[in-house]
Design a protein. Structure first.
Ligand SMILES: [Fe+2]
Ligand SMILES: [Fe+2]
Length: 322
């Protein structure tokens, strides 16, 4: 079949063969290309979950904007939270190219049908939590997302390029907050340590269940959406944060951490997957608060959507009349 034959002129078998060729050649699938239904569905699920996580993730940090300890910290945190809103918007747009509407995605989130990263269902009681989120949560997000810049679906991979640049700024600002606290008074140092104690394990669980319990991973890897397994990414993250924790002068709450000469990686302890599953099922510390707040924000914004729709309708009418 000719390489430039449009998708609609191909039989399903030819279209699938072309899809496989594009994947094998490490090229990109674009919105107008034919793609298997399961590939489309997997992407819609993954990209919309990712978008929801960015938007819900604004809440635990937005909580600290008015209480940040200085004007400088306030300005930095505000910029960071705005970045997360932007990430949500790029990702919703990328998902829309697959044929799902923004209203539908919002409805799925608010009704509890769609998932988002379980990490955002934990509370942020101290200022040090803003440091821990930046260092550990954005740090884990970077490990997860840098390989997604090469995802086989074009709009997703391209959205990730800018997102990753911003995530590395987020990670550094979190590290810098913790460094500052760690080198401050004893009370500040203790606050930083207490916060890292709470965030360490949930951050490791952000990579998802162990490979043996992650049935969809193999297919996602074959489609080159995912490039590395959950456990490989988790290991990469542990290898990154152990030396960083030494620079911070903070201890990771895991006695099993030690350098394994043979593997060339740090060993680490088992994680409490029962807790992870509880949070995932909606029974984490802040699940209901997060969804209620999101629903409230959506309801409060109804007049903006109505006004925008009325304005667009008027513009259209005027354009038709002229
Ligand atoms: Fe983000
Ligand atoms: Fe971030």
């Amino acid at each position: 079949m000719a390489k430039n034959t449009p998708s609609f002129a191909l039989s399903e078998q030819e279209a699938l063969a072309r899809f496989d060729e594009i994947i094998a050649a490490d090229e990109r699938i674009e919105p107008s290309d034919w793609m298997p239904d399961a590939y489309r569905k997997t992407l819609i699920r993954q990209i919309s979950q990712h978008a929801h996580s960015e938007i819900i993730g604004m809440q635990p940090e937005g909580n600290w904007i008015t209480r940040a300890p200085s004007l400088k910290r306030k300005a930095i945190l505000m910029a960071k939270v705005q970045d997360e809103a932007g990430h949500g918007l790029y990702l919703y747009s990328a998902a829309q190219t697959l044929g799902i509407g923004r209203d539908q995605m919002t409805e799925d989130l608010i009704s509890g049908k769609a998932k988002y990263s379980s990490i955002f269902n934990y509370h942020t009681p101290t200022w040090a939590d803003i440091g821990s989120i930046g260092w550990l949560v954005d740090g884990a997000a970077i490990c997860n997302q840098v390989p997604l810049c090469r995802a086989s679906y074009g709009p997703y991979g391209r959205a990730m390029v800018r997102i990753c640049k911003e995530e590395s700024f987020h990670q550094r600002q979190g590290f810098e907050i913790l460094l500052h606290l760690s080198r401050g008074s004893k009370a500040q140092h203790d606050m930083a340590q207490e916060s890292v104690n709470r965030w360490y394990a949930p951050a490791l669980m952000m990579f998802g269940p162990p490979d043996a319990q992650s049935p969809n991973s193999a297919q996602s890897m074959a489609w080159k959406i995912k490039r590395f397994s959950n456990d490989d990414l988790r290991q990469r993250f542990v290898d990154m944060i152990v030396p960083q924790s030494e620079v911070l002068g903070l201890t990771l709450p895991d006695r099993a951490i030690r350098w394994n000469e043979k593997r060339g990686h740090f060993d680490y302890g088992d994680l409490d997957w029962d807790e992870f599953n509880e949070v995932l099922k909606g029974r984490g510390p802040a699940n209901s608060i997060r969804l209620e707040r999101r629903k409230q924000a959506h309801d409060d914004g109804a007049w903006v959507r109505e006004a925008a729709a009325a304005y667009a309708a008027r513009e259209n009418k005027e354009a038709m009349a002229s």
